[in-house]
Design a protein around this ligand. Structure first.
Ligand code: SD4
Length: 355
């Protein structure tokens, strides 16, 4: 089955100029002309059973995720594992200056960039994580080393930094003033020339999920967290089950947005468990957001978005806001898509027709 058809059935909004495959252009072009992609497409139980997608499948947050996905795919193609793909894809974002990822990310209230990251491997249900780490260029690699080289799951602060250095990972002086000045200069340059700022650069975390050809699932997440956070504050991104969760029997989910609003609900664990109960990735992301919004007086202003994929090769995303861009890559296409906002998706899910 052609991948573009799955996209249509998921009800995502496709940017018409961002196609990468002739058959995809042909099919989605026809669909756009008829307007069907601009509205939820009514899926049936049959669709969800028969629409298993292409593998490998890589899904990540924000437009900058597309380059990371493509790096992840290259890694798989050249014989790397799903975990290698996650690590290499996220490393690209960590050093690209995009979003609030890596050392060019946003400093805390004291002017210090404190990074959070985690990684998770489906087959053995292993995880590693670092939080509040300073001056380490690739926190995702530090998280992987925690998983593979220690009996622990999470290291924080100075202990995490020293461990990363001991492991031979690239480190820079963690002098706060120097880095705050670099951050300030970058923001000044952006203000002077706003046209250089892509929409993806307004946003933060990368969460990247991989379903490999052999059915292996893995994921990772990396961020500098919320700009101006209190020193020592840790968000959802390095917390297994909040910013990221992987279950090899079901699939994976990642989060971006205000971490405090994800952590109180174990957001990505919830998304994966909802998929286990039979919801599609889009439905699961939406239902998790609906539950959160129902309890929180801020409702749809929670500023949380989820991405997810399942073992069948289906993917999805949803946001509490007005539309959230995420990237999807397989061997035959690579796209930035826009998910629907919670209000719209909720109406559709209540009608039972988002797939
Ligand atoms: C955090 N979830 O530290 C991260 C930040 C983020 O879009 O993803 N912002 O709360």
């Amino acid at each position: 089955m052609i991948a573009g058809v799955h996209f249509a059935k998921r009800g995502f909004i496709l940017p018409p100029m961002m196609t990468s495959r002739r058959s995809f252009i042909t099919r989605t072009g026809a669909a756009l002309a008829g307007g069907s992609l601009l509205h939820p497409v009514r899926g049936t139980a049959d669709d969800s059973l028969t629409s298993s997608g292409e593998r490998p499948l890589i899904v990540s947050t924000w437009p900058f995720g597309k380059a990371a996905n493509e790096r992840a795919l290259e890694t798989l193609t050249s014989g790397g594992s799903a975990l290698d793909a996650v690590e290499q894809g996220i490393r690209l974002t960590e050093s690209s200056g995009n979003g609030s990822v890596g050392l060019s990310g946003r400093p805390n209230a004291a002017g210090v960039v404190q990074l959070d990251a985690c990684i998770m491997s489906g087959p053995e249900h292993r995880a590693g994580s670092v939080a509040g780490i300073e001056g380490i260029v690739h926190p995702i690699s530090a998280a992987r080393r925690v998983m593979e080289k220690t009996p622990h799951v999470m290291l924080v602060g100075q202990g995490a930094r020293l461990f990363a250095i001991e492991q031979g990972l690239e480190a820079v002086n963690s002098d706060a003033t120097t880095r705050h000045e670099a951050w300030h200069a970058a923001r000044m340059a952006e203000q002077a020339n706003p046209s250089t700022k892509s929409s993806g650069q307004d946003h933060d975390t990368i969460a990247l999920l991989v379903l490999n050809a052999d059915g292996t699932v893995a994921g990772g997440c990396s961020t500098s967290g919320l700009s101006g956070k209190l020193p020592g504050r840790v968000g959802d991104s390095p917390i297994i089950g909040s910013g990221l969760y992987v279950d090899n029997e079901v699939g994976a989910a990642g989060a971006t947005g205000v971490g405090e609003n994800v952590m109180r609900y174990c957001g990505t664990f919830l998304v994966v468990e909802l998929m286990r109960q039979g919801l599609t990735p889009t439905e699961a992301c939406t239902e998790a957001l609906r539950r959160m919004a129902a309890k929180d007086p801020r409702g749809e202003a929670l500023s949380v978005s989820f991405v997810a994929l399942d073992k069948h090769g289906r993917f999805g995303a949803a946001t509490a806001g007005q539309g959230f861009q995420f990237a999807v890559t397989t061997p035959s296409f690579s796209q930035v898509l826009t998910s629907r906002g919670l209000g719209e998706l909720r109406r559709v899910v209540e009608g039972g027709n988002v797939r």
